[in-house]
Design a protein around this ligand. Structure first.
Ligand SMILES: NC(=O)c1ccc[n+]([C@@H]2O[C@H](COP(=O)([O-])OP(=O)(O)OC[C@H]3O[C@@H](n4cnc5c(N)ncnc54)[C@H](OP(=O)(O)O)[C@@H]3O)[C@@H](O)[C@H]2O)c1
Length: 256
Protein backbone atom coordinates (compact mmCIF):
# COMPACT_ATOMS: atom_id res chain seq x y z
CA UNK A 1 0.00 0.00 0.00
CA UNK A 2 2.89 2.34 0.74
CA UNK A 3 3.74 4.51 -2.33
CA UNK A 4 0.58 3.30 -4.07
CA UNK A 5 -0.88 6.55 -5.38
CA UNK A 6 1.94 8.98 -4.77
CA UNK A 7 4.76 7.53 -6.74
CA UNK A 8 4.71 10.06 -9.48
CA UNK A 9 7.26 12.79 -9.17
CA UNK A 10 6.53 16.40 -9.83
CA UNK A 11 8.56 19.47 -9.23
CA UNK A 12 6.39 20.63 -6.39
CA UNK A 13 8.97 20.51 -3.75
CA UNK A 14 9.83 23.05 -1.18
CA UNK A 15 10.91 26.48 -2.26
CA UNK A 16 14.19 26.35 -0.35
CA UNK A 17 16.52 23.73 1.06
CA UNK A 18 15.26 24.46 4.58
CA UNK A 19 13.03 21.79 6.05
CA UNK A 20 9.38 22.68 5.76
CA UNK A 21 6.68 21.30 7.99
CA UNK A 22 3.14 20.28 7.04
CA UNK A 23 0.27 19.36 9.37
CA UNK A 24 -2.29 17.11 7.70
CA UNK A 25 -5.41 16.27 9.65
CA UNK A 26 -6.67 12.71 9.36
CA UNK A 27 -3.30 11.55 8.05
CA UNK A 28 -3.44 7.92 9.19
CA UNK A 29 -5.85 6.64 6.55
CA UNK A 30 -7.39 7.28 3.14
CA UNK A 31 -6.86 10.69 1.52
CA UNK A 32 -4.96 12.25 4.42
CA UNK A 33 -2.56 9.32 4.35
CA UNK A 34 -2.01 9.67 0.59
CA UNK A 35 -1.37 13.41 0.83
CA UNK A 36 1.03 12.94 3.74
CA UNK A 37 2.94 10.27 1.88
CA UNK A 38 3.10 12.42 -1.25
CA UNK A 39 4.47 15.40 0.65
CA UNK A 40 7.00 13.20 2.44
CA UNK A 41 8.27 11.97 -0.94
CA UNK A 42 8.81 15.61 -1.84
CA UNK A 43 10.87 16.28 1.26
CA UNK A 44 8.41 17.70 3.73
CA UNK A 45 8.51 17.01 7.43
CA UNK A 46 5.03 15.91 8.50
CA UNK A 47 2.90 16.33 11.59
CA UNK A 48 0.64 13.30 11.34
CA UNK A 49 -2.70 14.05 12.98
CA UNK A 50 -5.13 11.27 13.88
CA UNK A 51 -7.97 10.52 16.26
CA UNK A 52 -8.73 6.79 16.49
CA UNK A 53 -6.41 5.18 13.90
CA UNK A 54 -3.66 4.59 16.44
CA UNK A 55 -2.10 1.52 14.84
CA UNK A 56 -2.34 2.85 11.28
CA UNK A 57 -0.64 6.09 12.23
CA UNK A 58 2.10 4.30 14.19
CA UNK A 59 2.81 1.97 11.25
CA UNK A 60 2.78 4.89 8.83
CA UNK A 61 5.13 6.94 11.00
CA UNK A 62 7.54 3.99 11.18
CA UNK A 63 7.41 3.50 7.38
CA UNK A 64 8.10 7.17 6.77
CA UNK A 65 11.00 7.25 9.23
CA UNK A 66 12.56 4.24 7.53
CA UNK A 67 12.06 5.60 4.00
CA UNK A 68 13.08 9.18 4.74
CA UNK A 69 15.55 9.06 7.62
CA UNK A 70 16.60 12.70 7.20
CA UNK A 71 13.06 14.02 7.64
CA UNK A 72 10.98 14.41 10.77
CA UNK A 73 7.64 12.68 11.36
CA UNK A 74 5.67 12.95 14.61
CA UNK A 75 2.12 11.95 15.43
CA UNK A 76 -0.47 14.11 17.18
CA UNK A 77 -3.77 12.84 18.50
CA UNK A 78 -6.75 15.17 18.71
CA UNK A 79 -10.50 14.74 18.49
CA UNK A 80 -11.72 17.52 16.21
CA UNK A 81 -15.05 17.23 18.00
CA UNK A 82 -13.41 18.49 21.19
CA UNK A 83 -12.57 22.21 21.15
CA UNK A 84 -10.11 21.90 24.03
CA UNK A 85 -8.04 19.33 22.14
CA UNK A 86 -8.19 21.29 18.88
CA UNK A 87 -7.02 24.48 20.55
CA UNK A 88 -3.82 22.76 21.68
CA UNK A 89 -2.89 21.17 18.37
CA UNK A 90 -1.09 23.97 16.50
CA UNK A 91 0.86 24.91 19.61
CA UNK A 92 1.94 21.28 20.07
CA UNK A 93 3.07 21.02 16.45
CA UNK A 94 5.00 24.30 16.53
CA UNK A 95 6.66 23.36 19.82
CA UNK A 96 7.69 19.98 18.44
CA UNK A 97 8.96 21.09 15.02
CA UNK A 98 9.87 24.71 15.78
CA UNK A 99 7.80 25.87 12.79
CA UNK A 100 4.74 25.16 10.64
CA UNK A 101 4.51 26.00 6.93
CA UNK A 102 1.45 24.17 5.61
CA UNK A 103 -1.89 23.09 7.07
CA UNK A 104 -4.14 20.70 5.17
CA UNK A 105 -7.59 20.25 6.69
CA UNK A 106 -8.61 16.81 5.40
CA UNK A 107 -10.18 14.96 8.36
CA UNK A 108 -13.93 14.99 8.34
CA UNK A 109 -17.09 13.15 9.21
CA UNK A 110 -19.50 12.16 6.46
CA UNK A 111 -22.79 10.76 7.65
CA UNK A 112 -26.17 10.67 5.93
CA UNK A 113 -28.65 13.24 7.22
CA UNK A 114 -31.74 13.54 5.02
CA UNK A 115 -33.51 16.86 5.63
CA UNK A 116 -36.51 15.53 7.55
CA UNK A 117 -34.43 13.22 9.74
CA UNK A 118 -31.58 15.57 10.55
CA UNK A 119 -31.08 16.23 14.25
CA UNK A 120 -29.52 19.27 15.84
CA UNK A 121 -26.76 16.95 17.10
CA UNK A 122 -25.91 15.90 13.56
CA UNK A 123 -25.67 19.52 12.42
CA UNK A 124 -23.57 20.50 15.42
CA UNK A 125 -21.24 17.50 15.16
CA UNK A 126 -20.56 17.96 11.42
CA UNK A 127 -20.11 21.68 11.89
CA UNK A 128 -17.69 21.13 14.76
CA UNK A 129 -15.45 18.58 13.02
CA UNK A 130 -15.66 19.82 9.42
CA UNK A 131 -15.84 23.58 9.90
CA UNK A 132 -15.24 24.96 13.40
CA UNK A 133 -12.12 22.90 14.08
CA UNK A 134 -10.56 23.71 10.69
CA UNK A 135 -11.25 27.37 11.51
CA UNK A 136 -9.50 27.08 14.88
CA UNK A 137 -6.50 25.43 13.24
CA UNK A 138 -6.34 28.13 10.56
CA UNK A 139 -6.64 30.89 13.14
CA UNK A 140 -4.01 29.39 15.40
CA UNK A 141 -1.67 28.80 12.47
CA UNK A 142 -2.00 32.46 11.46
CA UNK A 143 -1.27 33.47 15.06
CA UNK A 144 1.77 31.24 15.39
CA UNK A 145 3.59 31.66 12.06
CA UNK A 146 4.61 34.65 9.99
CA UNK A 147 3.64 33.02 6.70
CA UNK A 148 2.37 29.76 5.25
CA UNK A 149 -0.22 27.96 3.21
CA UNK A 150 -3.57 26.38 4.00
CA UNK A 151 -5.49 23.90 1.86
CA UNK A 152 -9.01 22.94 2.88
CA UNK A 153 -10.46 19.74 1.47
CA UNK A 154 -14.12 20.40 0.74
CA UNK A 155 -16.39 18.43 -1.63
CA UNK A 156 -18.02 18.88 -5.02
CA UNK A 157 -21.31 18.67 -3.10
CA UNK A 158 -20.85 22.35 -2.15
CA UNK A 159 -22.14 23.25 -5.62
CA UNK A 160 -25.51 21.55 -5.32
CA UNK A 161 -28.44 21.71 -2.94
CA UNK A 162 -29.23 18.06 -2.48
CA UNK A 163 -29.95 17.33 1.15
CA UNK A 164 -29.29 13.61 1.60
CA UNK A 165 -26.12 14.58 3.49
CA UNK A 166 -27.48 17.90 4.74
CA UNK A 167 -25.20 18.32 7.78
CA UNK A 168 -22.09 17.32 5.85
CA UNK A 169 -22.87 19.48 2.82
CA UNK A 170 -23.57 22.54 4.95
CA UNK A 171 -20.33 22.07 6.88
CA UNK A 172 -18.34 21.89 3.63
CA UNK A 173 -20.16 24.87 2.12
CA UNK A 174 -19.18 26.81 5.24
CA UNK A 175 -15.57 25.67 4.97
CA UNK A 176 -15.38 26.92 1.38
CA UNK A 177 -16.82 30.32 2.38
CA UNK A 178 -14.31 30.45 5.22
CA UNK A 179 -11.51 29.64 2.77
CA UNK A 180 -12.26 32.80 0.78
CA UNK A 181 -12.57 34.98 3.89
CA UNK A 182 -9.31 33.64 5.27
CA UNK A 183 -7.56 34.15 1.92
CA UNK A 184 -8.51 37.81 2.01
CA UNK A 185 -7.79 38.31 5.69
CA UNK A 186 -4.43 36.55 5.77
CA UNK A 187 -2.94 37.80 2.48
CA UNK A 188 -0.20 38.49 1.60
CA UNK A 189 1.61 36.28 4.10
CA UNK A 190 -0.63 33.24 3.84
CA UNK A 191 -2.26 31.63 0.83
CA UNK A 192 -5.53 29.81 1.48
CA UNK A 193 -7.10 27.53 -1.12
CA UNK A 194 -9.46 24.57 -1.36
CA UNK A 195 -9.81 21.32 -3.26
CA UNK A 196 -13.23 19.81 -3.95
CA UNK A 197 -13.08 16.09 -4.72
CA UNK A 198 -15.92 14.09 -6.15
CA UNK A 199 -16.11 10.38 -5.30
CA UNK A 200 -12.41 9.49 -5.25
CA UNK A 201 -12.33 6.78 -2.57
CA UNK A 202 -15.13 4.34 -1.94
CA UNK A 203 -16.87 4.72 1.42
CA UNK A 204 -16.82 1.82 3.88
CA UNK A 205 -18.57 -1.23 2.46
CA UNK A 206 -18.28 -0.08 -1.18
CA UNK A 207 -15.67 -0.96 -3.78
CA UNK A 208 -14.17 0.25 -7.06
CA UNK A 209 -17.36 -0.79 -8.85
CA UNK A 210 -19.25 1.79 -6.79
CA UNK A 211 -16.78 4.51 -7.83
CA UNK A 212 -17.16 3.54 -11.48
CA UNK A 213 -20.94 3.71 -11.23
CA UNK A 214 -20.78 7.17 -9.64
CA UNK A 215 -18.21 8.34 -12.20
CA UNK A 216 -20.39 7.15 -15.05
CA UNK A 217 -22.87 9.88 -14.08
CA UNK A 218 -20.20 12.59 -14.45
CA UNK A 219 -19.14 14.29 -17.71
CA UNK A 220 -15.69 12.63 -17.70
CA UNK A 221 -17.11 9.12 -16.99
CA UNK A 222 -13.98 7.98 -15.14
CA UNK A 223 -13.27 8.08 -11.38
CA UNK A 224 -11.01 11.06 -10.63
CA UNK A 225 -8.87 9.14 -8.17
CA UNK A 226 -6.55 10.32 -5.45
CA UNK A 227 -3.89 11.34 -7.97
CA UNK A 228 -6.12 14.15 -9.18
CA UNK A 229 -6.08 15.57 -5.64
CA UNK A 230 -2.32 15.12 -5.31
CA UNK A 231 -1.75 16.98 -8.58
CA UNK A 232 -3.98 19.77 -7.31
CA UNK A 233 -2.01 20.00 -4.07
CA UNK A 234 1.15 20.30 -6.18
CA UNK A 235 -0.38 22.99 -8.35
CA UNK A 236 -1.53 25.05 -5.37
CA UNK A 237 1.80 24.77 -3.59
CA UNK A 238 3.76 25.67 -6.72
CA UNK A 239 1.68 28.64 -7.87
CA UNK A 240 2.62 31.57 -5.71
CA UNK A 241 -0.15 33.78 -7.08
CA UNK A 242 -2.96 31.48 -6.07
CA UNK A 243 -5.20 32.33 -3.12
CA UNK A 244 -8.93 32.03 -2.43
CA UNK A 245 -9.20 29.43 -5.21
CA UNK A 246 -11.05 26.16 -5.48
CA UNK A 247 -9.95 23.23 -7.63
CA UNK A 248 -12.50 20.55 -8.42
CA UNK A 249 -11.30 16.95 -8.75
CA UNK A 250 -14.66 15.54 -9.72
CA UNK A 251 -14.69 14.68 -13.42
CA UNK A 252 -16.91 17.69 -14.08
CA UNK A 253 -19.62 16.73 -11.57
CA UNK A 254 -19.86 20.36 -10.44
CA UNK A 255 -21.27 21.25 -13.86
CA UNK A 256 -24.37 19.10 -13.47
N1 LIG B 1 -13.47 9.96 -0.13
C1 LIG B 1 -14.03 10.69 -1.09
O1 LIG B 1 -14.37 10.16 -2.16
C2 LIG B 1 -14.25 12.16 -0.86
C3 LIG B 1 -15.12 12.85 -1.71
C4 LIG B 1 -15.31 14.20 -1.52
C5 LIG B 1 -14.66 14.84 -0.49
N2 LIG B 1 -13.85 14.15 0.32
C6 LIG B 1 -13.18 14.85 1.43
O2 LIG B 1 -11.84 14.45 1.48
C7 LIG B 1 -11.40 14.40 2.84
C8 LIG B 1 -10.85 13.02 3.16
O3 LIG B 1 -11.86 12.08 2.94
P1 LIG B 1 -11.61 10.52 3.17
O4 LIG B 1 -12.76 9.84 2.50
O5 LIG B 1 -10.25 10.18 2.84
O6 LIG B 1 -11.67 10.38 4.71
P2 LIG B 1 -12.93 10.25 5.64
O7 LIG B 1 -13.27 8.81 5.71
O8 LIG B 1 -13.97 11.23 5.22
O9 LIG B 1 -12.35 10.79 6.99
C9 LIG B 1 -11.71 9.96 7.84
C10 LIG B 1 -10.60 10.72 8.50
O10 LIG B 1 -11.13 11.77 9.30
C11 LIG B 1 -10.63 11.63 10.61
N3 LIG B 1 -11.65 12.03 11.57
C12 LIG B 1 -12.97 11.75 11.53
N4 LIG B 1 -13.58 12.28 12.62
C13 LIG B 1 -12.61 12.90 13.34
C14 LIG B 1 -12.60 13.62 14.57
N5 LIG B 1 -13.71 13.80 15.29
N6 LIG B 1 -11.43 14.11 15.01
C15 LIG B 1 -10.30 13.91 14.31
N7 LIG B 1 -10.24 13.25 13.15
C16 LIG B 1 -11.38 12.75 12.67
C17 LIG B 1 -10.28 10.15 10.77
O11 LIG B 1 -9.26 10.00 11.73
P3 LIG B 1 -9.06 8.60 12.53
O12 LIG B 1 -9.19 7.50 11.51
O13 LIG B 1 -7.71 8.69 13.13
O14 LIG B 1 -10.14 8.57 13.57
C18 LIG B 1 -9.82 9.80 9.37
O15 LIG B 1 -8.46 10.14 9.22
C19 LIG B 1 -12.60 14.78 3.69
O16 LIG B 1 -12.52 16.14 4.01
C20 LIG B 1 -13.77 14.52 2.77
O17 LIG B 1 -14.88 15.34 3.06
C21 LIG B 1 -13.62 12.80 0.18
Amino acid sequence: MFFRASFFVLNLSKSSDMAKVALITGSAVRLGHEISQHLAIHGWDIALHYRTSTKDVADFEAELKTSFPDQRFYTFQADLGDINQVQKLIKQVVERFGQLDLLINSASIFEPSPFKETSAESLIQHSQVNFVSPFILMRDFANNASNGQIINIVDTRITNNTSDYLSYSLSKKSLWELTKMAALELAPNFRVNAIAPGAILAPAGKDQHYLEKVADLTPMKTPSGVISVLKSVDYILGNEDLTGQLIFCDGGAQLL
